[in-house]
Design a protein around this ligand. Structure first.
Ligand code: EZ4
Ligand code: CO
Length: 404
């Protein structure tokens, strides 16, 4: 008998931070979960799902994942974009969860099985000054991480990207209206290579060192930055320049051999087509929850594999444990896996989301339970009402709004 989508619900909850979660229930009573969180724009996706997607899904055959994907993508007429692709992703991931539970297999078995034993992850080190950042690197290496991202505050630049406030989990979406932060590219180019160098000088080269430029540079500035850190052998420099115009990366490639990663704000294969086919990047960082789910991200990674580009999925705390569970299923099974970003979620987040993955010696090990291997406590979710939070903006000293 065909298993049909009988119920579809959107759960908005804020255990430590906001998350939008999709719950699909089939006529056989199988439940599938998907992450629909779009940081700072949560309710747009919740409405897209509740008002425009869910009414069209009820009664559809839950096993036909590819057909439902096409129905939601082609059938909307309006294509791509973060809201649409996050909504489609949540449905797609929930359907994979259902397919796995029906088969009694973890999703990675449906994707061809494990291509590796564990998923290499990188953690975030940051500091209000260089000494504090070095202590953070020390702590993470002590916890067994094999790859660490280094970001430190910039002297003279208020609240530059990437630095944790206090001791909690880093979360840039920190205010009920966007906070105003500063930016100064000259100060960055002066100071950032120096603090990354301090990491290598103290801890050596026995681990991977990453850095996020967070869209702040022009292509030429990115070339200057990349060249100035070549001897530090970064695993990658992330988002050196905004990527709406993919051709901008050609200049960076000509200027430096420092590997390049980009894609966390991109959401379709078309957004990374030139970057991949012209080999302008080394790692594609689109995520399972912002780029159309397992079905679409797998196509992106397959295209990337043809051109020697590896995966490096976004995994900040705004990607929920549902999203991370799905990412790990893909990471463990693809041939061209690179690395997975991992910022451990707040303990409060785990009161609602109970994932089956665990960290072992710098690797995340996905759950072997059927489906994605995640449980969601809906009673707990109700205890944490939505709490509007925005990402900051960045301005130059003269007030010009800069890329954040
Ligand atoms: O700014 O996830 O690599 N990670 C990042 C994150 C992003 C946030 C945006 O929602 O760049 O800190
Ligand atoms: Co980033």
């Amino acid at each position: 008998m065909t298993d049909r989508i009988e119920r579809a619900e959107v759960i908005v909850t804020a255990p430590a931070r906001n998350f939008v979660t999709v719950k699909l229930t089939t006529s056989d009573g199988i439940v599938g979960w998907g992450d629909a969180t779009l940081n700072g724009r949560e309710l747009a996706v919740a409405s897209y799902l509740s008002d425009h997607v869910i009414p069209t899904l009820i009664g559809k055959d839950a096993s036909r994942i590819g057909d439902i994907w096409s129905y939601l993508y082609k059938g909307a007429y309006w294509r791509r974009g973060p809201v649409t692709m996050t909504a489609i992703a949540a449905i797609d991931v929930a359907l994979w969860d259902i397919k796995g539970k029906r088969a009694g297999l973890p999703v990675h078995e449906l994707l061809g099985g494990k291509a590796r034993d564990g998923v290499l992850v990188y953690a975030h080190a940051s500091g209000a000054d260089v000494a504090e950042m070095l202590d953070d690197v020390d702590r993470l290496l002590g916890e067994g991480y094999r790859a660490v991202r280094g970001q430190a505050a910039l002297v003279g630049v208020p609240d530059a990207y990437g630095v944790r406030h206090g001791t909690g989990v880093y979360d840039p979406a920190d205010a009920s209206l966007p906070s105003e932060t500063g930016w100064d590219t000259a100060a960055y180019l002066e100071q950032a290579p120096g603090y990354l160098r301090a990491i290598r000088e103290r801890f050596g080269f026995g681990f991977h060192l990453l850095h996020d430029c967070h869209h702040r540079l022009t292509p030429n500035e990115a070339g200057i930055f990349g060249r100035s850190v070549e001897d530090l052998k970064l695993f990658w420099m992330e988002d050196p320049t905004p990527a709406e115009n993919q051709e901008k990366f050609r200049l960076i490639r000509q200027r430096t051999t420092t590997p390049i990663a980009t894609g966390e704000v991109l959401n379709s294969i078309w957004d990374v087509q030139t970057l991949i086919t012209e080999q302008l990047i080394d790692y594609v960082r689109t995520s399972v929850s912002h780029a159309g789910g397992i079905t679409h991200l797998r196509r992106i990674f397959d295209l990337a594999d043809l051109y020697g580009v590896r995966s490096g999925s976004h995994g900040a705390t705004d990607l929920s444990p549902v999203s991370l569970s799905a990412a790990l299923q893909l990471d463990i099974s693809i041939p061209n896996f690179g690395i997975q970003e991992y910022m451990a979620h707040d303990a409060v987040t785990h009161e609602v989301f109970r994932p089956g993955y665990h960290l072992d010696d710098g690797y995340l090990i996905p759950s072997d339970a059927p489906g994605l291997g995640i449980e969601v406590d809906e009673d707990a979710a109700r205890r944490f009402p939505y709490n509007p939070k925005y990402l900051p903006v960045a301005r130059l000293a003269d007030g010009t709004l800069h890329d954040w």
